[in-house]
Design a protein around this ligand. Structure first.
Ligand code: CP
Ligand code: NVA
Length: 308
C-alpha cells in the first residue's frame, strides 16, 4: 500500500512532528542557495511527481514543482482541463495510467471523493493539494511557520475568524493531533464540518465556538483567517454581510496577545477578511507561511516515499 497524504490524520501526530522537524533542519541548510539547486543529499533523485489542477493555484503549483527540484526530482504540472480527465476519462483509469508513469501524484480537486477514488486506484502515493474538504499541505506549512517562530504547538491558543472551510478543517485536524486550542469566531450557519470537530476533540484538541469576534481572539497567540468564499463555493451578498463582523483589523488584533501573529494561507482579499493594515503589519507572517509551503511539502514528499 502506498502512503497517501489526503488528510493530516493519514500521517498522524508523530509523523506530522517528524515532518516539521525535517523541514526545520533542511530549510536553513540551503539558505541563500539558488532556489532550484538540489539539496546536497538529493533524496528524491530520479523521482517524478505529477501534479493535477482542477482549480486555480499559485502557491501549490509552484511550491510542489520547486520542492521536487530541491529534492533532486522533478514535477509534471497539468491542468485537469487539458488532460483526458477533463473530457471524461475516469479517475480510476487516470490513476492506473499515471501510476505506471510517475512516482507520485498530487491533485487539487473540487470534490474530496475524487481524491479518495484516485488514491484507491493509484499504486503510487497521492497527495492532497486542496479539496473542498481539506488543505493539509497548507496546515503543514502553517505549523512549520509557528514552530520556526518559537511557538510550542501543545497548548497553543489560536483564533480562527470567518468561514468554516477546507483550511479550517485541516487546522482542526492539527489541533487534535498536536493538542492545541482553536477558538472559532464566525456567524451561525457557516460552521466547519462537525465530523472534523468531533474527531479533533476525541484526540485531545480543544475546539470552541463563539459568534463574538472579540471573544474568539481574546488573548490568542495566533490569529488566522481565510477568504470568505472559497473556490467553487456559493458566495453572495448575504454571506459577505454575515462575515463582515469577523474581519481581522487593527481593533481585533488589539484584543489578541501582545505578541500575537497573523496568518492567512493566501490569496487574501484585502479589505474583506483582513485589513490592509494587518496583513502588511509586522505581526503578519503570511510571506513566511507562503515560502514554507515549499519546505513543509518537501518533508511531506519524503514521508510519502517512506524516508521519514
Ligand atoms: N494557499 C494556497 O493553497 O494557495 P494557491 O491557491 O495559490 O495554491
Ligand atoms: N479556502 C480557500 C483556500 C485557497 C488556498 C479556497 O478553497 O478557495
Amino acid at each position: 500500500m502506498p502512503r497517501h497524504f489526503l488528510n493530516l490524520a493519514d500521517a498522524g501526530g508523530d509523523a506530522v512532528a517528524a515532518m516539521i522537524n525535517d523541514a526545520l533542519t533542511r530549510k536553513p541548510a540551503r539558505r541563500d542557495w539558488p532556489k532550484g539547486q538540489p539539496d546536497r543529499d538529493a533524496p528524491l533523485a530520479g523521482r517524478v511527481l505529477a501534479t493535477i489542477f482542477e482549480k486555480n493555484s499559485t502557491r501549490t503549483r509552484v511550491s510542489f514543482d520547486m520542492a521536487m527540484r530541491q529534492l533532486g526530482g522533478s514535477a509534471i504540472v497539468m491542468e485537469a482541463g487539458g488532460m483526458q480527465l477533463g473530457r471524461g476519462e475516469s479517475i480510476a483509469d487516470t490513476a492506473r495510467v499515471l501510476s505506471r508513469m510517475v512516482d507520485a501524484i498530487m491533485i487539487r480537486t473540487d470534490n474530496h471523493a475524487k481524491i479518495e477514488e484516485l488514491a484507491h486506484y493509484a499504486s503510487v502515493p497521492v497527495i492532497n493539494g486542496l479539496t473542498d474538504q481539506s488543505h493539509p499541505c497548507q496546515i503543514m506549512a502553517d505549523l512549520l511557520t509557528l514552530v520556526e517562530r518559537g511557538f510550542a504547538l501543545p497548548g497553543l491558543q489560536l483564533a480562527w475568524l470567518g468561514d468554516g472551510n477546507n483550511v479550517l478543517h485541516s487546522l482542526i485536524e492539527a489541533a487534535g493531533l498536536m493538542q492545541f486550542t482553536i477558538r472559532i469566531g464566525g456567524p451561525a450557519g457557516y460552521e466547519p464540518d462537525p465530523g472534523f470537530v468531533a474527531r479533533a476533540r476525541a484526540a485531545g484538541g480543544d475546539i470552541r465556538f463563539t459568534s463574538d469576534a472579540r471573544e474568539a481572539v481574546a488573548g490568542a497567540q495566533v490569529v488566522v483567517t481565510d477568504c470568505w468564499v472559497s473556490m467553487g463555493q456559493p458566495g453572495g451578498e448575504a454571506k459577505i454581510a454575515a462575515m463582515s463582523p469577523y474581519q481581522v483589523n487593527d481593533a481585533l488584533m488589539a484584543e489578541a496577545a501582545g505578541d500575537a501573529v497573523f496568518m492567512h494561507c493566501l490569496p487574501a482579499h484585502r479589505g474583506e477578511e483582513v485589513s490592509e493594515s494587518v496583513i502588511d503589519s509586522s505581526r503578519s507572517v503570511v510571506w513566511d507561511e507562503a515560502e514554507n509551503r515549499i519546505h513543509a511539502q518537501k518533508s511531506v514528499l519524503r514521508w510519502v516515499f517512506g524516508q521519514l
